[in-house]
Design a protein around this ligand. Structure first.
Ligand SMILES: *[C@@H]1O[C@H](CO)[C@@H](O)[C@H](O)[C@H]1NC(C)=O
Ligand SMILES: *[C@@H]1O[C@H](CO)[C@@H](O)[C@H](O)[C@H]1NC(C)=O
Ligand SMILES: *[C@@H]1O[C@H](CO)[C@@H](O)[C@H](O)[C@H]1NC(C)=O
Length: 641
């Protein structure tokens, strides 16, 4: 609101004036001539606003979330007030000698160029796997600590700023599971549920484990229609009985998985083509046109399967889902480029929990591959595995089937005090690898119970029931090297430097939580906007090799945060560590935006910066095809002019 001449001056001075002498002087003169006239004030304000569109507004980085490599800052929110100023964008990284660095506080500088005109996919889906392991853990926690359970679900899923301020992450996706899902949906009715079966019932399979037909084998040739009906019935029964909408469905979790000691099945691409068509047709017929159908749902190391399926008939599919245990995120681009109108989702990744003691390493790898890599190659989502597990005294996570994923990470780790009923309630709870191996042989009771489930043809949670977690090659076998990590050593990714942040001795947030927090901070709706952010182009002068170099970036844009104003977010991964020698070097990002630069110096870690700027119409540019990897710096340097 402009009330006085001084206010007006201040307002005008707030804009850079190159073009704008004329622009700024006229309303001032007008104002002087008719002091106090409201009409003129309105006119002057409108003029200033119009001029602001023409001139460069001053652009200031006003939010920064910091997670340093040593977790001295875990998810600290600050307002660094770093202004974009005139200056040359870097065309190449600039190295500074160690001596010069100490002497003059200058650090290696890396050019990060933000290309707002390269508008790409919406990134609106992030969360964690809600398996039976997660649900068992959480329901046990609920019975023992109902208030803390409620708080934990609010931290994870509440969309309210109040919970964000307490360190909440505002997740909006979660694969499956009933009572827990009801509790989550009560907090966040817009939750997106992505459903993925792990196996058909044993009687639909060939070559499954003899004593445990949910383990291994393939969908019998000739069973395609039966399996398709089974999947569609699951969607309709979940709606009828649980009142839950499935957002997206994959035909099968990891259809090319090798034989493992938990529910798995193989489904050939030829079968997926048949089943997909039957499922799509039946879903549409039963009023589930909106349920998205995604193919593949397996690792980056195979693009042929998804291409074969889409080539057969792309109209049956909404897109492709990916896991990150093998291959490279750039595989997503191959399928995207063949079918640019189809969507890309990243649906599963976890690491083994040795990284409890190395949270930076875990955060760095996950952020690099997913926040930078997978999203660069068109993913709308980042879903980590699992959402919540119990962390035992011996450093393993539980519950799990014998010898499967004994020490997989989770975004939230319930500490021993939180769920002591669990060990007694869950026969698969094993404390050591040796015990787990013994249990695999001995646990007849469990085998029988699995067998019973396999015979049960009711299309509900049957095939999901005992899913412990992925046994992907990168994860399997890691368990034997797990180190005993004390609960106190598990880093809690909750501190933000304020006392208002939710604290408890019952659970801790892991580095996976940090990764999800940064994505949430970058893309969740803010201000007046109701929309998540879209990815925009960005490049780093240091990325000479794919995802290499000292600083990597991912950039986003959200329009409508105020009338005519967009908010830009930049996730910055500073991986300028010398991990083995324990040397941690600062690096300076020279961020180029609209022909100006802002220098931001950070220690190794993960950072999300954001700033507002007047919205520039990029509709013409948006129609042009977007390269997955940003072009050379300064491509849109004068976009705002
Ligand atoms: C700068 O340092 C990086 C990392 O140490 C190195 O890879 C790069 O070659 C150096 N660049 C120049 C121009 O010396
Ligand atoms: C930003 O850093 C670069 C590289 O060190 C330097 O040349 C430039 O002067 C700095 N600009 C500002 C505004 O600090
Ligand atoms: C890194 O840069 C920050 C400024 O952002 C500075 O305060 C700190 O001393 C630097 N640390 C090292 C190890 O150079």
């Amino acid at each position: 609101m402009l009330r006085t001449k001084d206010d007006l001056r201040v307002q005008i001075q707030a804009y850079k004036v190159p073009a704008l002498y004329v622009c700024s002087s006229i309303p001032l003169l007008t104002f002087s001539a008719f002091p106090g006239a409201m009409k003129v004030i309105a006119l002057a304000a409108a003029w200033v606003a119009a001029c602001a569109q023409l001139a460069h507004a001053e652009i200031v980085i006003d939010r920064m979330w910091s997670t340093t490599y040593d977790y001295s800052k875990v998810q600290e929110l600050s307002n660094p007030q770093i202004k974009f100023v005139d200056g040359q964008a870097l065309a190449a990284s600039v190295n500074v000698t160690a001596a010069a660095s100490v002497k003059s506080q200058q650090y290696d500088a890396i050019g990060i160029q933000v290309q707002e005109n390269q508008l790409a996919q919406l990134v609106d889906t992030f969360g964690g796997g809600v398996t039976d392991s997660v649900a068992i853990t959480l329901q046990d926690f609920k019975s023992k600590h109902p208030k803390d359970y409620d708080d934990l679900l609010h931290l994870l899923f509440s969309q309210d700023a109040e919970w964000h301020a307490k360190g909440g992450v505002g997740l909006n996706t979660a694969p499956k599971l009933w009572q827990t899902l009801h509790d989550i949906v009560a907090i966040h009715p817009g939750l997106k549920i992505i459903s993925a079966p792990w196996s058909a019932p044993g009687w639909m399979k060939d070559g499954a484990d003899e004593t445990q037909p949910l383990f291994g084998g393939s969908l019998k040739v000739g069973m395609e229609e039966v399996y398709a009906n089974y999947l569609v019935k699951a969607v309709s029964e979940i709606k009828a009985q649980e009142k839950l909408d499935i957002y997206a469905l994959t035909l099968l979790n990891e259809p090319q998985i090798p034989e493992l000691q938990y529910p798995t099945m193989k489904l050939s691409a030829a079968q997926a083509i048949q089943v997909g068509k039957l499922v799509r047709t039946a879903l549409n017929k039963q009023g589930f046109e909106k349920v998205k159908l995604l193919t593949w749902d397996h690792n980056w190391d195979n693009t042929d399967y998804a291409l074969q399926v889409l080539n057969a008939d792309p109209t049956q599919w909404d897109g492709t889902a990916w896991h990150g245990y093998a291959g490279k995120p750039s595989s997503q681009k191959i399928v995207h480029d063949a079918y640019p109108d189809k969507e890309t989702y990243f649906t599963e990744y976890t690491v083994i929990s040795q990284y409890f003691s190395e949270p930076y390493k875990n955060m760095k790898n996950t952020a690099r591959n997913l926040l930078i890599g997978s999203i660069r190659y068109y993913s709308r989502s980042v879903v980590l595995w699992n959402l919540v597990l119990r962390k035992d005294e011996d450093g393993f996570t539980t519950p799990h089937l014998p010898n499967v994923c004994q020490n997989c990470n989770a975004a939230v780790l319930l500490l021993p005090d939180s769920t002591d009923a669990l060990a007694a309630a869950d026969p698969s709870h094993t404390k050591t690898v040796a015990e787990a191996a013994g249990a695999a042989k001995k646990d007849k009771r469990r085998r029988r119970s699995l067998w019973r489930r396999a015979d049960d043809t009711k299309p509900d949670t049957t095939t999901e029931e005992l899913k412990p977690q992925t046994g992907s090659p990168a994860v399997a076998g890691g368990g034997e090297k797990a180190e005993a990590i004390q609960a106190k050593d598990v880093v809690d990714a909750k501190k933000t430097g304020t006392n208002s942040v939710y604290e408890t001795a019952l659970f801790k947030r892991s580095s996976d939580y940090s990764v999800l927090s940064h994505l949430s901070a970058a893309v969740r709706p803010t201000g007046a906007s109701k929309e998540y952010s879209k990815r925009i182009g960005v490049s780093s002068t240091d990325e000479i090799t794919e995802l290499g170099g000292r600083l990597l970036a991912q950039a986003f844009r959200q329009d409508g945060v105020k009338p005519g104003v967009s908010r830009f977010s930049l996730i910055l991964l500073n991986q300028n560590d010398h991990y083995e020698t324990d040397v941690w070097e600062n690096a300076t990002a020279v961020i180029g935006f609209r022909g100006q630069i802002a220098n931001v110096t950070t220690l190794p870690g993960l950072y999300t910066l954001s700033w507002e700027a007047p919205t520039v119409d990029t509709s013409a540019a948006a129609k042009a095809p977007l390269p997955a990897k940003a072009d050379a710096p300064a491509a849109d340097a004068k976009a705002a002019s």
